[in-house]
Ligand binder design. Structure first.
Ligand code: ZN
Length: 289
């Protein structure tokens, strides 16, 4: 979904509270949506559309949020069901570039420089933000271990320093404020679950166990990115916050980017049970603390 549809949807929630957690580099509002049940309950963060062309992940995070809205009283009564902070669209400028092209960039300077790194139909394949920085390479977690690109690009540019981008800072700041015990990032595609970033000992065992619990729900493969990943939100959560954190790649691998909106039904069917397994995950984490 594009940013206009996203904004219409997110402003419709009533029981879940909508909040502006920051502004993108091109000035769009970055929203969170909080399901706050009880101050004694721990928090979990679920986020999507860090990568622009994977904006179907925003649709999925919003779907999870609407289920929580509809079953709010039921979830509130469930002892282990956590408070949840949803950040469905971390990279709104990138999503607009994918959906509507370079013309969607409002700041003239940004638009001019984007025309140097995006040509023709390439806009549909952008993962980065409006400054050509890959937000999921911009977190402070072995940030410059993989210099995929050292200039603004469709994907893989790590930025000039960790947290150089306003989108990265918005997600960092809301995370530091909420202090989640667990986080999930939704991306596309490949039907895979990534969980590791150099955890040791019992943390490693528990975090892998959590990935396996989710894998039982959606049937996705549990995989390691330890040797190829750096600067990601999941990496930062694992390393800096020392919490379990998953990256879930939604959607079948044979699909091509940007994945058709009709695929959302298959994605929902396979992943809706993630809400049901949250209680088990919370009990597992709390049992170890
Ligand atoms: Zn991605």
């Amino acid at each position: 979904m594009d940013y206009a549809s996203f904004e219409r949807s997110i402003l419709r929630f009533k029981k879940l509270k909508t909040r502006i957690i920051g502004r993108s580099e091109d000035g769009r509002k970055i929203y969170s949506l909080s399901a706050f049940f009880d101050p004694r309950k721990p928090w979990v963060i679920m986020q999507g559309a860090v990568h622009a062309r994977e904006h179907l992940s925003a649709d999925f995070v919003l779907t999870l949020a609407s289920i929580v809205e509809h079953k709010f009283e039921l979830f509130k009564k469930m002892k282990s069901f956590p408070n949840i902070c949803f950040v469905p669209m971390v990279n709104p400028d990138g999503v607009e570039i994918v959906c509507h092209g370079i013309k969607s960039i409002r700041n003239e300077k940004l638009k001019q420089s984007a025309s140097r790194w995006i040509s023709g139909d390439e806009h549909m394949f952008v993962k980065s933000n409006a400054r050509g920085v890959d937000i999921n390479n911009n977190f402070d977690a072995m940030w410059d271990r993989h210099q995929n690109s050292c200039v603004p690009s469709l994907q893989g540019f790590i930025g000039t320093h960790p947290f150089s981008e306003s989108e990265t800072r918005a997600l960092r700041d809301v995370t530091l404020e909420v202090k989640p015990i667990f986080s999930i990032s939704f991306h596309l595609k490949g039907e895979e679950i990534y969980w590791d970033f150099f955890q040791k000992g019992s943390r490693r065992k528990i975090d892998k166990k959590i990935a396996k619990l989710v894998s039982k729900v959606n049937g996705y493969a549990v995989k390691s990115t330890e040797n190829s990943s750096s600067g990601g939100y999941k990496d930062w959560c694992v390393q800096f916050l020392e919490i379990p954190s998953l990256t879930i790649e939604l959607g079948r691998d044979e699909l091509s980017h940007p994945v058709e909106e009709s695929e959302i039904y298959d994605i929902i069917a396979k992943n809706i049970g993630i809400l049901d397994v949250l209680c088990d995950i919370v009990r597992l984490i709390e049992g170890e603390r």
